[in-house]
Design a protein around this ligand. Structure first.
Ligand code: CMP
Ligand code: FE2
Length: 274
């Protein structure tokens, strides 16, 4: 079964304009927090800041860990907040998600499409979840669908989105929870120099690295942040964030990272994990 397809618009300047939000970790109960940060409040603050940013975006990519407690209510909460932005949103699953309940997002206008096709670009949304495990694996079906999608549009630039990191981000504890069969992913894309970028979540930090001609880009969570390059679990005082992407007609990816202002949300510094 191939990916569900969605045709998307190109702006008059030839670009596709996107917004990435990730790792919202929402709960059914709006009072519940993760390591001292109320995830509903921090996500709401992010949405309000996006509304006042005045930076263009036409589509929203939600790259997993949308819920922390797996409930339908938490996904509904996600959809309600995203609706305030008045743009189509597509999702892919993270390690903390429950896909059965995540499918209900569609009823609230958050789309399950996995292949977004525009004039110059295609965007492919991959599932790397291995249920019950913090690390990721790309199933044979995902690899086959990816190969099929790449073969379908060899003349378009490609952006791939997934939850897990396919290359290490440099934190020993977090890189245990990586995409385990990244070699199989790289083998599939090896024949396609038109793959320009891979965007992901999971690592709760800003990350941008050019590897083998491909931009690897991670976006901060809308709640808690992990300290970059830390061998052991450690939280960062950096604020919740989100990212704008411009995919140009020539195949360039321009991005702009934004965060809430200093000290808006501070996690409990004694936290040892979750
Ligand atoms: N102290 C810890 N050591 C190792 N892994 C952890 C720790 N705390 C949380 N994790 C897991 O690491 C994951 C990284 O980001 P997630 O949001 O997927 O959820 C996190 C947990 O599943
Ligand atoms: Fe997460």
């Amino acid at each position: 079964m191939a990916f569900t397809k969605l045709n998307i618009n190109t702006a008059p300047d030839g670009s596709v304009y996107l917004l990435q939000v990730t790792d919202t970790h929402l709960f059914a109960d709006e009072q519940t927090g993760l390591l001292g940060v109320n995830t509903n409040d921090s996500f709401t603050a992010v949405i309000e800041n996006i509304q006042s940013d005045n930076i263009p975006f036409e589509y929203i990519l939600a790259t997993g860990d949308l819920s922390q407690d797996h409930t339908k209510r938490s996904y509904q909460r996600f959809a309600e907040r995203i609706a305030d932005l008045d743009r189509p949103c597509v999702w892919l699953p993270g390690n903390h998600d429950m896909q059965e309940n995540m499918l209900t997002l569609e009823q609230h206008g958050v789309l399950a499409a996995k292949q977004l096709v525009s004039e110059h670009w295609q965007i492919i949304m991959l599932d790397t979840q291995l249920e019950g495990e913090p690390h990721g694996v790309m199933s044979q079906r995902q690899l086959d669908n990816l190969a099929e999608a790449l073969a379908e549009y060899p003349d378009k630039h490609v952006l791939i989105a997934m939850h897990h990191q396919a290359i290490p981000v440099g934190s020993k504890w977090l890189d245990q929870h990586n995409l385990k069969n990244a070699d199989e992913f790289f083998a599939v894309i090896a024949d396609y120099p038109n793959v320009r970028g891979v965007i992901f979540g999971h690592v709760h930090q800003n990350y941008e690295f050019q590897f083998d001609g491909i931009a690897f880009i991670a976006t901060p969570s809308t709640c808690i942040q992990f300290l970059p390059l830390s061998a052991n679990f450690a939280l960062d005082h950096q604020q919740p964030g989100w990212r704008y992407l411009q995919l140009t007609a020539e195949g360039r990816i321009a991005t702009r990272l934004r965060r809430l202002s200093e000290r808006s949300f501070l996690p409990d510094p004694k936290s040892k994990g979750y």
